[in-house]
Every structure is written in structure tokens, then in C-alpha cells.
Write a protein of this length. Sequence first.
Length: 630
Amino acid sequence: MSKLLIAAKTGNFHEVKRLVDHGADVNGKNYYDVSPLHFAASPGSLEIVKYLVEHGAEVNFNSFNVGTSLHSATSSGSLEIVKYLVEHGANVNFKSFKVGTPLNSAASSSSLKVVKYLVEHGANVNFRSFNVGTPLLSAVSSDSLEIVKYLVEHGANVNFSLFNVGSPLHSAVSSGSLKIVKYLVEHGAHVNCEKCNVGNPLHSAASSGSLEIVKYLVEHGANVNFRSFNVGSPLHSAVSSGSLEIVQYLVEHGADVNCEKCDVVNTLHSAASSGSLEIVKYLVEHGADVNFRLFNVGNPLHSAASSGSFEIVKYLVENGADINCENSKLGSPLHSAVSSGSLEIVQYLVKHGSDVNCEKFDVGNPLHSAASSGSLTIVKYLVEHGADVNFISSNVGSPLHSGVSSGILEIVKYLLEHGGDVNCEIDNVGRPLHSAVSSGSLEIVKYLIDHGADVNCKYRRNTPVIHNAVKFGNGSLEMVKYLVEHGAELPNEENLDLPTVLFLACEGGNASIVNYLLQHGAIKDVNNWKLESPLRIACQKGHTSVVQTLLKYNVDIRKEKEPLICGNNEIINILNVELNKSLKHRKKIQILKGMDNENLTKVILYFLFHAKQKRKGISKPSIYWLLFLA
């Protein structure tokens, strides 16, 4: 921030004058495009404002965040500065995207005298801003009845609606101002205004928890069963806010207890999710269907189990809720209880007949869910009560797969100790060892191998475990080493269906794994299914250290049939050096091939002699110098 901006912000007139006299830019902005005039107008320093304007400050410069200097002055409530700026050309209807017009700012700051002055000087009382709405919306939000009255008396539209906020009546209801609510309704505000994303005003009143406003709106014609796609009925809003008295009032005045929220749930689902037993009881006693099913959320028992509310679960079951109600997306209520981690609810449901082997398509049975969530106590309880440890789900495998993926060794141990198949294979996920390697848990990998897991098992297009270690196992050299040391093979053959393990390591950019694989027999030049070599993919991905490692093992650049695409300039430089070395080497070979037996014998004798001299620290001359002597 410049010195002039600081001086203007702190109200230091003498410093402002000194800086301007010495050439400071009166229109210089900070990072947020705020000028000295904005800062001077905000705290109300008329003297500085005058001085800056007299010295060329732009009165209508618009900052995206704060608008013009007139916006700043109206926000501060300084009538004198507002007057001065308007008299010197400030636009009273300048519309800023973020803060609206100066009249919006004045209404928000509750300054009636500034509002009056602006309106008297041509401010549009119905100017609409996408972000903040009309000045009337701003006045309602600031809870200023006097400004609301003044604006309405001067033509403000009481029914203008902003999509995400609603009408002025919505705002008055949400802020809990009954006096403004009454005034607006008395002056034509629609109690069933619905052109917005927040329902009608009764939704807002029910959400705010004001029974007094709810009563007033219903008495003046508000529709208790109006349904909004996003928020459902007013009863949904009352249930979600946890207000039993508003729920009771709405039901007594005709609210439908089984009304669906258009996109998700009915009222009993909402009550069960919110954890209010009193509201759940009231709704059930007044006809709410305890087995009302919806695709996304199942029945109310699913919602109660998911929220972990034991008392609501118990109440719903006692009142006829289907304990084995299946939902293709959620499974049974037992799945929901397991996922919530509530052992108490799990125990209650199982004791009351819940099927421990009920399958949910995308997550398997409840034991899968328990293993995935990492709850050993629930895993134990389910197994003790008949859960099948080898239950196969085509989508997620066995519970052992789920336990392995959770990374909890104790769960893996428990499942294996109770009959889990360590080599159970599923098309979509492979074997548990594949999952363990992919999740990067070396301790689980060790445990599985110690208990008979096949380190060379394959799945899906014959993908071996070692591939998962390189591609998914967080690039762990220790994992790769352990697998190789325990018999994992490094397939080197060209395979149009599958990349080699070296290719995957080069693609991942882990030079230490690449180095280890090359040390243990991986072939450096073999192409993969896309006919790309390890060198090509390393260059393309910009893995400099991998390229250097491959060159260290004498990968042959000349085998590349197409130009190499390099991810950075450093790789280009490295390859250029390598190519130059290769060309020089080729020239030497050509010279040697052209020699007769006599000269070739001399060269061989020379290098035998040099081997002895080298031990004495005598460096050898170049081969070109040697040939010249010959």
C-alpha cells in the first residue's frame, strides 16, 4: 500500500497534502483497486475528500470490491461527503456488480438521511443488482423499518424477488422482524411468492423458528403445503429447524405429514435425520408412514440409523418400520447403522431380525461396510452373529478385500483367523493382495503373504501384483523390494495388452524403483501395449532422474523409431549429450573395423599395456592419438 493510501485511510490530511504536493498519484490504487478517495470517503474525512477531488481524483472510479467513492461515503453514513461527491459529478445510480448502487449501500448502513438525499437527487429505488437485489431488500436486511417505509412510499416494488434470496418479505421473515413483515404484507407483499430458490416466505419463517411470524403468514393466506423443489414443504423446513411447536401448528393447519421433498425426502425422513425424537413421535402419531420409501434415502429407519440416533431407531421399529427394507443404493438399515459406526444400533437391529448377509450392490453385505469403515468391534459382532466372511460381491469382492482397503491390520487378521480366503479372486478387484498393494500398506502385504497369498497372482488382462505396487502403491520401493524378494516375477515380454512393470515405474517417475528393477533383470528397451518404450514415456512425462537412470544402464536411444517428446529442456540437453557420445563411439568402431590384422594387434597390445599403466596412475591417450602414432 502506498503512503498516500495509508495517509488517506488514517485521515492524516497534512500527510496527504504533503505527498500530493510532492507528486503522489491521487488516483493510485492498491491491489484491490481501492483509491485514496475511497479510503478518505469511508471514515468520513471531508477535508481530504475535497483536497483529492480538487487535485484530480476520479469520483466515479469503480472498484470491483467496494464500488465508487460514493458507495464508500454512503456506507459510512457521512451526508456531507455524499453531498460533496454528488455536487462534483458522482453518479447516484452507478451500479457495482458486488455492492449494487449507492442507495443499496445507504440502505444497508441504515442511514435514512443519506437514503433521502440520494432519492431526492435521482436515485432509482427499484434499481436491481444481481448480487444484492433492490435497495428495499438491503433496507429489510438491515432491519430498518423507517427506510423500508420511506422506500415503499417512494415507489419501491415490495415483490421484487432475487433468485437465491427471495423477496423483501423473505428477508424480513428470515431476519425475524415481525414489524417489517406486517408492514410489507399490508402494502401488497405476496405471502406465497414463489419465484425463487428458497421456497415461499412460510418456508423462511419455519426455518427461522419464529412461531409468531408463521402464525401471521398462515393467517394471511400462506399455503402450508406449497412445495419447493429444493426445500420441500414448510413442514420440511420446520422439521429441519427442530421446532416442535411450529411442526404442531402447521400440522394443525393442514400440513401433509407425508409430503415428499421433491428431490430427496419426506418429513419423517427429515425428522429422523435431524435426531428429534419428539418430532418423530408427533409425526407418526399424526399419520406419517414409517415405511415410506424413496430411492435416494430408503425408509425413515435408514435415515435414523445413518444419523446414529438409537432412540429414534427403537421407536420406529416398535411402530412397524421394516427392519429389512432394502434399497438398491443404501442396502438395508443395518448397512446404514454399520456405516454410522453405532454398535448399539447394529446390535438392536440384529436382535430384532435384521439380515446380516443382506447384499447392497455397490458395497456388499453389512460385513463389507464394517470392514471398510474400520470398525473391528462391529466386524466381530457381525461375524459372531452369522455374517459370511467369504460373502462375494461382484463389485467389491469379499469382506477381506474391504478390510484390506481400510488399512486396518487387526480387521485383516480377524477375518483370516475366522476363515477368510486369502486368495479369493474377483474380476473387478483381483485378490486381497492386489488391494493391499494398491493401498500401500506394507504391513498388510507382509501379513497376507505370510498367510499364503500368491505374489504372482493376476487379474483383469493378467495384471500381476507387482504392477499394482509400482502403479498404485504410493511408489514404494520397499513394497517392490519385498514382493521381488518373496518371488514376484518381473515379466519382460512384449505384450500388446499390458505395459511392463518397468514401463509403469518410468511412467510414475520413481527413479529408485526403476533402478531396482533394472538391477533385477527388467529389460530396458521392451515396448509396451502402446508401442512406447520406458525411455519414451519417461521423456514424455518429464521425469529427468528416470531418464538419467535408464541411460546409466545404456538404454539404446537409436532404437526409438519416432522423435522423442520431452517434458522439459533438461531432458533434451541430456539426450543431446548422449547422442553425441553415441556418434563418437560409432566412428571409433568404424575405424577399428577398417584396420588390417597388424594394426588391430597393435591396438590390442596397447590396451593390454595401458591396463598395467593405469594402476600406476598414468592416464591413457585418446584412441585417435594412438592411431595417429600407428
